[in-house]
Design a protein around this ligand. Structure first.
Ligand code: FAD
Length: 433
């Protein structure tokens, strides 16, 4: 036959043999098995979505997995504070989708604009409509523009949030580089819940490191909408020990909550009526689940997404699973590691559901490392389980307060190793030179 030209007899026999073996397997499939090619659509190619796509395909290569993500390169928030501290280049934050594509996942660079749960379709901005058997959303967070008076998208171009890695992070770095020695950096920290609870405090640590090297007369002011924060004692001990009185933290009860922002003047006003003038102003506003979570009906009035903790299936919309920052998964924090571990549980549950099997009993893990100086790391880590249909902390804690310098140096190294391991696990990214 013409179409077999170039096929050796040996290849042909091999092909026929494989086909026959496959047919034999198909003939023996029990009647409750799902059709050969189930369709799974994943929205969001960040920590949760890229993990889910990879692990669904790995568990069952016959499933057609499509990953929708507008960005061709994903820049991670984790370790972006180290870039601000002058310890990394921005390109070291980059991940491509080539390895996921090589696993047989169809990558579609587009934006999901609407989900129709009745027809089980996802509408894309460029016009296509995708059908799914199961849909997984990991769209992350949106900033709540106007939650602080005067802070909207235009204001963020003057006073960046830098809470999604990319142009915003580079803008903040540029402003820090241009700031004169003796200037004041103000960070406005949000109320709970928000993406990465220790993130603002790691950020000021890294900015303090940069200042101590290049602008030692400068000051850092944290205006906080909370009275307590993650790993607080460890951060505050280290700030005092390493940076002296460079960093000042103002909690909510002492007038830390900012209610108004004048981005042009780099001026903020607190609920106590105090005004503070910055040379560089970093406003991290309150947040909510990203837009598609609201459009698709999975988010509730809390502005976040309630899930079934055993599978991370939506409580409101059938056949839709949601992982990562968009969810209500307390006591798990909104972290990249949490999104990664939730995505593995959801991936297993989806593959099981597609073949008519019950979900397995899940367990989750999370460790958040924070770097305070190049050789000074701290961490918080927990295992989580499901008890009475609730997520609970099974074990864990923060690193000891009285640890010596060698312990802190090793925590810094573990943090770096964690970042390399998770980038490889999710995007197949080898450590950047
Ligand atoms: P994301 O990773 O943000 O991914 C969401 C993706 O969905 C995005 O790529 C977006 O483009 C896409 N998307 C959104 N809407 C749509 C749509 N409609 N259609 C198609 N695509 C869409 N976590 C840690 O574990 N360790 C750390 O050290 C750490 N450090 C951090 C430091 C900082 C400064 C910050 C800000 C965060 C840090 N985090 C850390 C938290 C971590 O970045 C997030 O928790 C993690 O990214 C959440 O994963 P996700 O999948 O929910 O969202």
């Amino acid at each position: 036959m013409k179409k077999n030209q170039g096929y050796s007899r040996r290849q042909w026999l091999k092909h026929v043999g494989q086909t026959t073996a496959a047919s034999a397997v198909l003939l023996s499939v029990p009647s409750y098995a799902r059709p050969a090619s189930a369709q799974v659509v994943v929205v969001g190619g960040g920590f949760g979505g890229a993990t889910a796509a990879r692990y669904i395909k790995r568990r069952d290569p016959s499933i057609h997995v499509r990953l929708i993500e507008p960005a061709k390169t994903f820049y991670t928030c984790p370790f972006s504070n180290l870039y601000l501290g002058g310890l990394r280049r921005f390109e070291q934050q980059a991940n491509s989708y080539d390895d996921l594509r090589a696993q047989g996942i169809e990558i579609i660079h587009d934006i999901a604009t609407a989900v129709d749960p009745d027809k089980k379709t996802v509408q894309l901005a460029q016009g296509a409509s995708l059908t799914y058997d199961k849909l997984l959303l990991s769209p992350g967070v949106d900033m709540r523009w106007h939650a602080l008076e005067g802070y909207d998208e235009a204001a963020a171009e003057l006073a960046p949030h830098a809470w999604k890695a990319g142009a915003q992070t580079q803008l903040l770095k540029k402003q820090l580089d241009a700031m004169p020695d003796g200037g004041t950096f103000i960070l406005v920290a949000p109320e709970n819940p928000f993406r990465c609870p220790p993130g603002p405090y790691e950020r000021v640590s890294m900015v303090a490191h940069y200042f101590s090297q290049h602008k030692p007369k400068s000051k850092i002011l944290i205006l906080d909408a909370k009275d307590a924060f993650s790993k607080q004692a460890l951060f505050q001990d280290a700030w005092q020990h390493i940076y002296g009185d460079m960093i000042e933290w103002v909690p909510m009860s002492q007038g830390g909550r900012v209610i108004r922002v004048d981005a042009k003047q780099r001026l903020v006003e607190t609920e106590f009526g105090d005004q503070h003038q910055a040379d560089v102003l970093n406003v991290i506003p309150p947040q909510q689940a990203a837009q598609i979570a609201h459009q698709s009906g999975v988010a509730d009035q809390s502005l976040w997404v309630p899930i079934d903790p055993t599978t991370f299936a939506s409580q409101h919309v059938p056949d839709v699973y949601v992982v990562g920052d968009a969810t209500i998964a307390s006591p798990m924090p909104k972290s990249g590691f949490a999104a990664n571990t939730q995505a593995k549980v959801a991936a297993a549950a989806i593959v099981n559901a597609l073949s008519g099997q019950a979900p397995a009993e899940p367990s989750f893990t999370n460790t958040c490392y924070s770097l305070i100086a190049p050789d000074y790391g701290i961490s918080v880590g927990h295992l989580y389980a499901v008890n009475n249909n609730q997520l609970v902390e099974a074990s864990g804690g923060v690193s000891p307060r009285d640890a010596d310098a060698d312990f802190r140096r090793r925590e810094a190294q573990y943090g770096a190793a964690w970042y390399e391991a998770i980038s490889l696990d999710i995007w197949g990214t080898e450590p950047h030179a």
